[in-house]
Write a protein that binds this ligand. Structure first.
Ligand code: GSH
Length: 198
């Protein structure tokens, strides 16, 4: 099995955390790549050219991060990390909210990079900021729904919170309930060993 990841990708990090949580050996599975390197094996497994991408022992390509996390959990952990989320549409929607916030945070990062080429759009900048503000407000309101025990939604949440600190420390939009939830598990080895970096 191979997991293609990049060290700055919050989506790839969710899969890296699950690898560790289900007691697989990351050293023998993780392959660091940059999506822009266009590694041939990686592009064959994921024609979209995005990390993360998993190649299974049967040589099947699996993406995106949500499917990889559920695959690893189902195959190697009896689905214990997804089970608390799976049974509730509200929690699954909260999972989608964290994924959507990651999409906005990554898009905002791309807008910052485009600024270097003089291509920053004021319209999209405002739209990403507004989406992040509204989305984090909604996430704060949903924290009362969170189930007991660490689960795949917590993993998405951890990657989101750390990515905001990594790329968007100028924004102050994370509420106290979200931070309290994060603090419950931020010291897990799987979280500490996978901090984002350039
Ligand atoms: N929905 C995808 C998003 C993956 C994604 O956008 N990854 C970024 C890195 S953060 C990437 O590989 N971008 C390269 C590109 O878009 O060409 C997932 O959850 O895996």
């Amino acid at each position: 099995m191979k997991l293609f990841y990049s060290t700055a990708s919050p989506y790839a990090r969710t899969a890296q955390i699950v690898l560790r949580e289900v007691n697989l050996d990351p050293k023998s599975i993780e392959v660091q790549t940059h999506p822009f390197d266009n590694n041939v094996e990686f592009l064959k497994a994921n024609p979209l050219g995005k990390v993360p991408c998993l190649i299974t022992d049967k040589d099947d390509g699996i993406f995106d991060s949500e499917v990889i996390c559920q695959y690893l959990d189902a195959e190697f952990n009896q689905g214990k990390l997804w089970q608390p989320v799976q049974s509730s549409w509200a929690l699954r929607t909260t999972y989608s909210l964290t994924s959507g916030l990651l999409d906005l945070a990554v898009a905002r990062r791309q807008e910052i990079m485009r600024d270097g080429d003089g291509l920053k759009s004021d319209f999209w900048w405002q739209r990403f900021n507004d989406g992040l503000r509204r989305g984090f407000e909604e996430l704060e309101n949903r924290m009362t729904l969170m189930p007991d025990g660490f689960n795949l939604l917590d993993i998405n949440l951890a990657c989101l919170i750390d990515y905001m600190a990594f790329r968007h420390s100028d924004l102050d939009c994370i509420g106290s309930q979200v931070m309290s939830r994060f603090q419950l598990f931020q010291n897990r080895p799987s979280i500490k060993q996978t901090q984002p970096s350039d």
